[in-house]
Design a protein around this ligand. Structure first.
Ligand code: ATP
Ligand code: MG
Length: 585
């Protein structure tokens, strides 16, 4: 059984990426517009990271690393109630697992006092006002894509009145939703984001970091732009849906003008948070979309909450922790992101591309082991029943640096049931009655007798071993068509095997145009639990150790449940793409 070609470049060894974002960064450095590169990755801690986030992480952290700059991890925690410290820890762990580390860990909530002062400045400058319209009225005044909006009747309040009302909003005097602070921009702007967007809302909700200190919370566009500016971010990289928000982002950065107003960020200096504000540039790129995947945190949460999966780290989930538990490698995921590239073009990447990247990395990095998942007993009758020997097997067929291991052999072994056929299909190269096959590393055996139970079910094969065909002897080169793997029955270790496959059985589970809810496309075959026999060297694996089980696939010792005395292995991916055939490709 062959694996992926070794001729392909190994993971991480490909050419330097040259996408449009890196070109902008290069130009900014060359022209002296920027002296150093500073980026950030700003997840909202309202769920665990998913495969889509891997693209944003690899881009922002990757660019910082490649150009000798730094990248912050910033938790965008401006939505109390939905956010949770458990997710914060998970996000940190997942970013590190992908192979990156941050310069500083920041929270948008670190800046609440600065945002507040900035809002007061905007009121004083006459470019923000307190509005009494409720959410529904605001919507009615906003206009549409084809019609301009109308000014709120509260738009022309005096600076003094606005300052008074905003201070009282901050003091908690008003009810949730009864007032907002809005930017005074242009209700007729073609870009609806510029029609006096809200900057602050009243929400009397306890915040996981700031407790009950704030009854008002900043809106995303305001908080995000100012957070970037405060951290001195040079290139703020985000996905295309923020393109229409860029004018507002720039408006916030320009109107607040942090670099020239140190009194606004003095609280950070006092709190020991180093601060050198700058004017960041937002650049948008297309999201990563993968077939057979869901990349909405809301839907991923639904899968967990409705019990469709066993948790956020279920190996069927395309969360980073799910992929990790499944056995996917950080290098394989980075390879995917590199292959997909960075552009402004929206597209859907075939899940097979991801599996291909994982296989490619695993082929290069996984030691080989033997395991039998559907066992049939094979007895070598011309060896003494108590015969035992230790064979030395190479751990990797293409890389000697993996060394060798001891594999115990005895005359009773397990082979895969499918490696024997009483009535062979056309082209069958493995064992048949009276036929020969090579027992990997042992020699050539001939099937002399097929033992069956009363129902005619094959229970055992009796074979003879050609002593001349054993390793190191002149007859060892004798050709037979097939080679099969085995595990010595006496030494085999019983293992649980979890056979995972794609969670959805259709390429676009999100597409509900067929009238079915997306959850109807969950693949019932995506998890099958079975048992198997392992050679001893596999059973002793550490959690998260990955192997190629020869001729079967790539497997990982389960991160949570595996123990050497009670092994549990997850199938990471089969050796070949089994979906292309089903799709008729
Ligand atoms: P969701 O819509 O599922 O809640 P989100 O995009 O809002 O996800 P955030 O936590 O706000 O999640 O995302 C953090 C960063 O990751 C953002 O800058 C966002 O642009 C980026 N990101 C999210 N999904 C993808 C994706 N599929 N491809 C690339 N980048 C993504
Ligand atoms: Mg978001």
């Amino acid at each position: 059984m062959s694996t992926d070609s070794a001729a392909k470049p190994a993971a991480d060894a490909t050419a330097e990426p040259r996408d449009f974002v890196r070109q902008i960064v290069r130009d900014d450095l060359a022209s002296g517009r920027q002296a150093a590169i500073r980026t950030r990755f700003p997840p909202e801690p309202n769920g665990y990271l998913h495969i889509g986030h891997a693209k944003a992480i690899c881009l922002s952290f990757g660019i910082a690393r490649e150009f000798g700059g730094w990248c912050n991890l910033r938790l965008d925690d401006t939505n109390p109630g939905k956010e949770n410290p458990e997710f914060v820890e998970g996000i940190k762990e997942d970013v590190r697992w992908l192979g990156y580390d941050w310069h500083e860990l920041r929270h948008a909530s670190d800046y609440f006092e600065v945002f507040y002062r900035a809002a007061v400045k905007l009121i004083e400058d006459g470019v923000a006002y307190v509005d009494d319209l409720d959410a529904e009225q605001v919507r009615a005044y906003r206009g549409t894509l084809t019609e301009p909006g109308r000014n709120s009747p509260f738009r022309d309040r005096s600076v003094a009145e606005n300052l008074d009302l905003f201070r009282r909003m901050r003091a908690g005097e008003f009810d949730d939703g009864s007032k907002t602070l809005r930017a005074k921009i242009d209700m007729a702007a073609g870009n609806i984001n510029l029609r006096d967007p809200a900057l602050y809302r009243i929400r009397k909700v306890t915040h996981q970091n700031t407790g009950d200190a704030w009854p008002i919370y900043p809106m995303y566009d305001f908080a995000h732009a100012l957070s970037d500016a405060l951290e001195g971010i040079t290139h703020s990289l985000c996905t295309l849906e923020f393109e229409d928000h860029r004018p507002l982002y720039d408006w916030c950065v320009d109107k607040v003008d942090l670099p020239n107003h140190p009194e606004l960020w003095q609280p950070l200096i006092d709190a020991g948070l180093p601060t050198t504000p700058a004017k960041p540039r937002q650049i948008e790129f297309s999201r990563l979309n993968l077939s057979y995947c869901i990349t909405s945190k809301r839907k991923l949460a639904q899968l967990v909450n409705e019990g469709h999966v066993d948790g956020w780290d279920d190996p069927r989930m395309n969360t980073l922790r799910g992929l990790r538990r499944r056995g996917f490698t950080p290098a394989g995921l980075r390879l995917l992101i590199e292959r997909v590239g960075i552009s402004k073009q929206n597209s859907v990447i075939d899940y097979a591309v991801l599996e291909g990247c994982i296989r490619e990395d695993l082929d290069a990095t996984s030691p080989r082991r033997m395991a039998v998942l559907d066992p049939l007993k094979l007895v070598v009758t011309n060896l003494p029943a108590d015969h035992e020997e230790t064979l030395a097997f190479a751990n990797h067929p293409k890389d000697e640096s993996f060394g060798t291991r001891d594999v115990p052999f005895s005359p009773q072994v397990w082979i895969e049931r499918e490696d024997f056929a009483e009535v062979p299909p056309k082209g069958f190269k493995r064992l048949i009655p009276g036929g020969e096959v090579r027992l990997r590393g042992v020699g050539i055996v001939k099937c002399e007798e097929v033992i069956k139970d009363a129902d005619g079910h094959v229970t055992e094969l009796h074979v003879t071993l050609d002593p001349e065909s054993r390793h190191g002897l002149p007859g060892a080169d004798r050709k037979v068509k097939g080679t099969i793997h085995w595990v010595s029955a006496k030494h085999a270790v019983d293992t649980e095997v979890r056979l995972y496959d794609r969670l959805f059985s259709v390429p676009a589970p999100d597409d509900e145009s067929d009238g079915q809810p997306w959850t109807a496309h969950i693949n019932p075959e995506a998890k099958r639990i079975t048992r198997g026999w392992l050679e001893p060297a596999a059973a002793g694996a550490a959690a998260e150790q990955r192997f190629q089980f020869e001729r079967i696939g790539y497997f990982v010792a389960d991160r949570v449940d595996h123990r050497p005395d009670a092994p549990v292995f997850n199938r990471i991916v089969t050796l070949r793409d089994t979906w292309a055939k089903q799709a008729g490709a």
